[in-house]
Write a protein that binds this ligand. Sequence first.
Ligand code: ARG
Length: 471
Amino acid sequence: MSKLWGGRFTKQTDQLVEEYTASINFDKELAMEDIQGSLAHVTMLGKCDILPAEDVQKITEGLLKVRDRIQRGEQEFAVGDEDIHMNIEKALIDEIGPVGGKLHTGRSRNDQVATDMHLYLRKRVVEFVDLLQKLQAALIGQAKENLDTIVPGYTHLQRAQPILFAHHLMAYVSMFGRDIERLQDSYKRIDTLPLGAGALAGTTFAIDRLYTAELLNFGRVYENSLDAVSDRDFIVEFLSGASLIMMHLSRLSEELILWSSTEFQFVELDDAFCTGSSIMPQKKNPDVPELVRGKTGRVYGNLVGLLTVLKSLPLAYNKDMQEDKEGMFDTVKTLQGALQLFAPMIGTMKVRKERMRRAVDQDFSNATDIADFLVGKGLPFRQAHEVIGKTVLYCIQQNKFLLDLTLEEFQQFSPLFDDRIYEVLQPEQVVNARNVYGGTATGQVTAAITRAEVDLSRTAEWVAEYQEKSR
Ligand code: ARG
């Protein structure tokens, strides 16, 4: 088979080498972006009088035909043509004849592939902001339904202080909010066009890079041609943003798995999001959160993999860089799967308020509040802590909870106790006493939800605007 670069060679490529070096089996994912970049490139070549208008027209029409064939799934790709760029160029030449060979004027596969990936990730980043926003909306929806639901809050997975379940859910809304900001920020750097850098040094043709950037809706072009073709920071940034998203999803997954266990029974995931056991008929397994937790590993792996590929590469392009793609595609797929499932899974989750309440009534998570009560009576906090520690120990020995103690029993530990502690110890009181910005008091959580909803509508506007820009 003749190669597009075959002129300098006297022998055929070894069959195994051909298979080993080809990327078409995975970079065909970039077909649409490759054609999008080529259409802009050839338009620019025409505008700069590098190609005559009739050639530009033929090439444009040819590219559109190839694009249609690919979209209909009718275009065959060949390993012998190595990658998506040469497969499409070959298809174009088959379609319109040797004039198709003019498309690659003033361009290299090195700036071409980088352009394709910028175009590809630009769209994905907008998609992920949209998916994250939908997940936030589902979490906020549940939070609103659970403004009166009190659960134990944990540290060390030991009951610590009671909190609103809404407050717990809103913590994840904040986490995904940072993920959204990170993706939005990364957009700036993805939105930089490498095309026109040529193989590494620029090109001898009088091209207009800014015009190509305008056609492709890029905010700017790379400053330095070597950097343009060897930069993969934007992919690393994406993988690192994706790793954080997966880490957050994995922490939430872990909680969902715990909460839906018989030991907790705090929530029940909808049947549609669970699976059964082939042997144990009673089982309803939280496979989705388990898999999300498991798949977090491969996303981290993809990040570390690419960082390692890049770490000692001399400038500019090296074939090693072809290894940037599979991890990126895999991450996109993994993240899409997780985020698409998570929003409806959270939205349909049944919250077992009565189980949560029982947990709160049967623990010592109100202990800090009686310590604070004694502090209010003038006792130094350290001494109050000691008094309550002894009181709790007494309760444990007597098999009682704090609210079960009589005032006389309390007063054995400190004469400062009075009737008001029974009010102070009520879970609602304990929760609402934390009336500090960002705290769990009902008023604070309600305000946090209102602020999150404002952010949510801003994110929705951003998505609408950038869906247009990244097209
Ligand atoms: N398939 C290649 C890649 O993904 C395209 C760039 C090839 N450039 C080259 N000089 N061989 O990296």
